[in-house]
Design a protein around this ligand. Structure first.
Ligand code: FBP
Length: 547
């Protein structure tokens, strides 16, 4: 692998660890825990792993540990810092016993089921320290959920003498990790399962997990480019930039980027849903700000749009649900309709409310809603170009306002989508340290014989030496939710809280940011330099922890 100058210099960065786990450790157990909701149902489904205490590691005299073989899996979308979780895990296992070995299952959970793996030796690990990406072993979205899969995994686990599997993933992958932990314990397989909280989306967090890794770096990458666009925008003063930001469902990324860059407008899906806003309400909200800025001679601005917005607009949600049902039942008839007639065909066959909304959509979006479907026949919401949808509809609304004498300016647009470019960036110092600590902590949980736990590192707005490392029982984060028509135990997804400090701060400032140009230009992530430039956590975390 040819290395860039930064990669070479960055390879020698030694990530920081909490002081308490640098040498020997002892476990301090908290009280027995309960799931966040549906206690009876979850306790029944997890008789062997429910109710375990929260664990905290404290410094103690060094102990002897036997050599342990461990398997690791990267699951789901890439997030900066995955390689540091693996290097922390590797170093942690070697610190327990230098004969310990680490095996990586290839291309996600599928590697465990299909017995595809590689041993991760010191040379390989060294090549990937402090780098972005998941390419060391690859990732995948195969869901680990059936008994056959668990049994197939157990065959290779036994063959390699593996005592524990560490699953690095988001809420669904960690839910499945817990189901696997429960199953292996129930059948007496002697295999531990530990989870690590990953996702740029930032929606795997709760009282004990302060943030999922990768959120920090991804938001800093997006904020850098948003800042650059804002400077361009403020220089030429002639475009409105509509910027869609990744984050399948929750709006944490959009909110954090708004806190970092102070755009003119940022939409928060959770607020739009809470206020039961229609698509027209959202369009009017943006158009009013464009018109008010134009009245002051400012025909430019920025709008941040969370990727999941469409599904949070109640009327759009109803339209998508009807389209899904209608096309599932009448797909073959629809396939026979001439392309030029398809939109009219759908308009004629939907209920009056949904038909009116569908007819009001720009043609490109209407087509996306009916043609681009996933293997289950559902609309691929993340492919919908929401930024263009809103830009076009705002343009139409402004034309009406112009005719009414309510808009006096010009409206020219540019569109952007920032997603994949942030998922594999070299981890920021925060993510490099946080991930390494999560991996190292996972090794300690394995060494202490724990299963059904998620590695947890808290107190993260303080210097790394003061971070608190331990484990949280995964069942503690669960509730029952309807999935594919059935009630299932799942880790509760954390959406943006409208009563939380980050949203409240944003809401208190957004009117000023809308009318005045208050852009902030964060610049690129810095890996070397003063701590106030290089080591800051996200604004979301700072506000959540410190108000
Ligand atoms: P995870 O939840 O698996 O971490 O993935 C998050 C994410 O990056 C979302 O923000 C995005 O909607 C999705 O993955 C894209 O998925 P894919 O990589 O399959 O296109």
């Amino acid at each position: 692998m040819k290395k860039s100058a930064l990669q070479t210099a960055r390879a020698s960065y030694q990530p920081k660890l909490p002081e308490a786990i640098k040498n020997g450790v002892t476990i301090v157990e908290g009280k027995a825990t309960q799931s966040v909701a549906d206690q009876e149902a979850i306790a029944k489904l997890f008789p062997n792993t429910y109710g375990m205490p929260v664990l905290r590691f404290e410094a103690a005299a060094k102990k002897e540990y036997p050599a342990i073989n461990v398997g690791v899996i990267l699951s789901g979308g890439q997030a900066p810092g995955g390689h540091n979780v693996i290097s922390g895990l590797f170093d942690g296992l070697k610190a327990l016993n230098k004969e310990s070995r680490l095996f990586g299952f290839l291309l996600g959970p599928g590697g465990l089921i299909e017995h595809k793996y590689m041993e991760l030796t010191a040379d390989i690990i060294d090549d990937y320290r402090n780098t972005g990406g998941f390419d060391i072993i690859g990732s995948g979205r195969t869901k680990l959920e059936t008994k056959d899969q668990f049994d197939s995994g157990l065959e290779i686990i036994k063959e390699l003498g593996i005592k524990a599997v560490v699953i690095i993933g988001g809420d669904d992958s960690n839910t499945n990790a817990c189901v696997l932990a429960e199953y292996y314990k129930q059948i007496g397989a002697g295999v531990q399962v530990i989870g690590c909280p990953k996702t740029i989306d930032g929606d795997l967090k709760n009282e004990m997990i302060e943030s999922s890794f990768g959120f920090d770096t991804a938001c800093k990458v997006y904020s850098e480019v948003i800042g650059n666009i804002q400077r361009d925008c403020n220089s030429a003063k002639k475009y409105w930039h509509f910027i869609k930001l990744m984050g399948r469902s929750a709006s944490h990324i959009a909110l954090e980027c708004a806190l970092q860059t102070q755009p003119n407008i940022c939409l928060i899906s959770e607020e739009i849903e809470a206020k039961q806003m229609t698509l027209d309400d959202v369009v009017n909200y943006i158009a009013e700000i464009v018109a008010a800025r134009a009245a002051k001679g400012n025909n430019f601005g920025t709008v941040l749009i969370p990727e999941g917005l469409i599904e949070f607009i109640p009327a759009m949600k109803r339209l998508i649900a009807e389209l899904n049902d209608y096309l599932a039942a009448n797909g073959s008839e629809f396939a026979m309709i001439k392309k030029s007639e398809q939109i009219n065909y759908i308009i004629k066959h939907l209920s009056p409310e949904n038909s009116a909304i569908y007819a009001s959509l720009p043609e490109g979006v209407a087509r996306q809603l009916t043609l681009d479907r996933d293997p289950h026949g559902n609309v691929q919401v993340s492919l919908i170009e929401t930024e263009k949808l809103l830009g076009e509809m705002v343009g139409r609304r402004l034309a009406e306002m112009k005719a009414e004498g309510k808009f006096v300016g010009k409206f020219a647009t540019q569109f952007h989508f920032f997603g994949y470019e942030g998922r594999c960036a070299d981890p920021s110092n925060f993510d490099a340290d946080y991930c390494y600590s999560l991996g190292y902590t996972a090794a300690l949980l394995v060494g202490e014989g724990k299963t059904g736990y998620m590695s947890s590192v808290r107190n993260t707005t303080k210097p790394a030496s003061e971070w608190i490392a331990g484990g949280v029982p995964v069942t503690m984060m669960m509730n029952m939710e309807r999935r594919h028509g059935e009630m299932k135990p799942v880790i509760q997804k954390a959406l943006v809280r409208l009563d939380g400090a980050p949203f409240k701060y944003f809401a208190a400032h957004r009117d000023e940011w809308a009318m005045n140009t208050c852009y902030v230009y964060p610049g690129p992530i810095q890996y070397f330099g003063p701590t106030e430039v290089c080591d800051q956590p996200t604004k979301t975390l700072m506000l959540e922890q410190n108000g």
